[in-house]
Ligand binder design. Structure first.
Ligand SMILES: Nc1ncnc2c1ncn2[C@@H]1O[C@H](COP(=O)(O)OP(=O)(O)OP(=O)(O)O)[C@@H](O)[C@H]1O
Ligand SMILES: [Mg+2]
Length: 231
C-alpha cells in the first residue's frame, strides 16, 4: 500500500494534558489509518479523546509523540502558518456547535473559506451557491444563522466545510444536536456527497453505533488506544 492511498495514518500518537500537577493521559499510543475515499467513524465515550484526536489530525494541536500523516504530510512538523495553509487546502471542518458567524448571512458564511484561500469573490460566490443548492438551502442564503433551524445551521456548516473541495472532511458529531429525523437528513446528505465525490474521505465522530454501521471503517477510543472494529 503506497502512502498516498492513505488519507490518514496515525502511529503511536500520544497526548497528555497537564492540569496543575495532575497529568491526564488522554491518548496513549493511537494507531489508525483511513484510506482515500473511505467514510470512517470514530466512536468512544465522552471524554475518551475523540475531539482531541480530531484536533491533532487537523493540525490544530500537536501530539506529544507519534506521527500523524495526512494526505502524505507529517502535520505535527508543520509551522503554525504552514498548518493553517494545510487546513485551508486539504481539510474541511464541521463542528458540533456549527460555529457560523452570526453577523454574516448564510451565503457569506459559506463563502468564507474561499476568501481565506484567496479565491476571487465571484468564484467563492459561485461555489457557495452551488453548495447551498446541494444541501437544500438555496432559499435561505440571505438568512442569518439565528434565523435558521438547527438542521439548517448544520447544513450551512457542511456547505462551508466543502467550499475548498477538501480531501478530508472532519466532522465532530454532526448529528449530535439534531432530532433523529433531521439527523437522518444530514446523513443522507453525507451519502449523496460521497456519490458525487468518491475520491474524498470523511472522518466522523459519533456516539451512535447505528450511524457507525454506515461507515467503511470504525474505530473506538478506549483507554487511550484505538480499538479497530471494522474495515
Ligand atoms: N485543553 C485541555 N486541557 C486539559 N484537559 C483537556 C483539554 N481538552 C480536553 N481535555 C480533557 O481531555 C479528555 C478528552 O477530551 P475530548 O474533548 O477529546 O473528549 P471527547 O471524546 O471528544 O468527549 P465528548 O464526546 O464529550 O465530546 C477530557 O477528559 C477532557 O477533560
Ligand atoms: Mg468531543
Amino acid at each position: 500500500m503506497s502512502e498516498t492511498e492513505m488519507i490518514v495514518e496515525l502511529r503511536g500518537v500520544t497526548r497528555t494534558y497537564q492540569l496543575g500537577k495532575e497529568k491526564l493521559p488522554v491518548l496513549r499510543g493511537v494507531d489508525w489509518e483511513i484510506r482515500r475515499g473511505e467514510w470512517a467513524c470514530l466512536l468512544g465515550a465522552s471524554g475518551s479523546g475523540k475531539t482531541t484526536l480530531l484536533n491533532l489530525i487537523g493540525a490544530l494541536e500537536r501530539p506529544d509523540s507519534g506521527t500523524i500523516r495526512i494526505a502524505g504530510i507529517d502535520v505535527s512538523k508543520l509551522s503554525r502558518s504552514a498548518a493553517a495553509q494545510f487546513r485551508n487546502r486539504k481539510l474541511g471542518f464541521v463542528f458540533q456547535a456549527y460555529h457560523l458567524l452570526p453577523e454574516l448571512s448564510v451565503l457569506e458564511n459559506v463563502m468564507l473559506p474561499g476568501n481565506l484561500a484567496g479565491f476571487s469573490r465571484s468564484k467563492s460566490r459561485a461555489r457557495a451557491l452551488e453548495l447551498l443548492e446541494t444541501v437544500g438551502l438555496a432559499e435561505r442564503m440571505k438568512h442569518r444563522p439565528f434565523e435558521l433551524s438547527g438542521g439548517e445551521q448544520q447544513r450551512a456548516a457542511i456547505a462551508r466545510a466543502l467550499l475548498n473541495e477538501p480531501e478530508l472532511l472532519l466532522a465532530d458529531e454532526p448529528t449530535g444536536n439534531l432530532d433523529s429525523h433531521t439527523g437522518e437528513a444530514i446523513l443522507e446528505l453525507f451519502q449523496e456527497l460521497r456519490k458525487l465525490h468518491p475520491e474524498r474521505s470523511i472522518m466522523m465522530i459519533t456516539h451512535n453505533r447505528e450511524i457507525s454501521k454506515l461507515a467503511d471503517r470504525t474505530g473506538e477510543l478506549i483507554d487511550g488506544v484505538m480499538k479497530k472494529e471494522t474495515e
